[in-house]
Design a protein around this ligand. Sequence first.
Ligand SMILES: Cc1cc2nc3c(=O)[nH]c(=O)nc-3n(C[C@H](O)[C@H](O)[C@H](O)COP(=O)(O)OP(=O)(O)OC[C@H]3O[C@@H](n4cnc5c(N)ncnc54)[C@H](O)[C@@H]3O)c2cc1C
Length: 284
Amino acid sequence: MIPAPFQYHKPASVAEAAELLKKHGSDAKILAGGHSLIPLMKLRLAQPEVIIDIGSIESMSYVQERDGGTAVGGTTHYVDIANSSIVPTALSEAAAQVADVQVRNRGTIGGSLAHSDPAADLPAALIALKGQIITSSTGEHRTIESNEFFQDLFTTSLREDEIISEIFIPSESSGTGSAYVKFANKASHYAIVGVAASVTIAGGKCTEASIGVTGAGPAAYQASASVSDLIGSNLDNADVEKASSKAGEGVEFNDDVHASGEYRAHLVTVFTERAIKLASSRAG
Ligand SMILES: Cc1cc2nc3c(=O)[nH]c(=O)nc-3n(C[C@H](O)[C@H](O)[C@H](O)COP(=O)(O)OP(=O)(O)OC[C@H]3O[C@@H](n4cnc5c(N)ncnc54)[C@H](O)[C@@H]3O)c2cc1C
């Protein structure tokens, strides 16, 4: 199908994009890689009157070590994140597993986070790595912690006038390993369930942990009960199994043509165990 008519703007900077967003308000939509928005427009599930295309703003695409962490520009493509040697492993591993080459070459980190598809890969990695989402609006920047960003199905704490301009991931403590593993839909590669883990080991014990889960419920989340169990443990098989069995606690599981809620609950336990073990094998 062909999208409904729209006005098209191609700003040269984030500031210009923010001005346009302020001017057009709820009539406008940001366009980045277009791999989620364009299909919605073709199906007429989205009919923005104004498109603000930020996909060519060069200053928004980068991966840099800065301020004690890694800064990733809002329109950085998956392929550049997957190939980066400075991005923490859980994030590069998640980006490398998104869809296919075509989607990885066009899709952007900001687009993935703003869209907040319940089956998207990057939200789980960002939560596990305690990443921050930096937004820009006219004359203002805001920092949102990733565990507060994903609120519900396709719903985030992003305001209508805000653009995701950067993602910041604090440096990992020494002795930390991270990983992302998923059970993928065979056709689209979206996560039926995906789990990212970050584990810090010192003196043979787990001193810090963080686990992000996607695909299971309406939005990606931190598996807090599993994290509490892991910290202070020796990370032996029994510890990891017990912690993993709690990763779905309190979740209202998605139940659709791809997998029942019961099957997703099972996958969450299995993939949390795998993610913790893989992250631990890279830690210490
Ligand atoms: C065939 C196919 C398979 C896919 N498989 C996977 C998969 O396995 N895993 C996965 O995670 N994803 C998958 N996707 C989705 C893909 O990752 C999209 O690229 C992503 O969801 C959106 O990123 P985008 O840059 O294309 O954003 P767009 O489609 O351009 O925009 C998506 C939404 O985000 C908003 N937006 C975009 N950028 C910003 C910004 N910087 N600030 C504020 N709002 C912004 C837009 O207004 C729009 O509402 C797949 C898509 C396709 C077509």
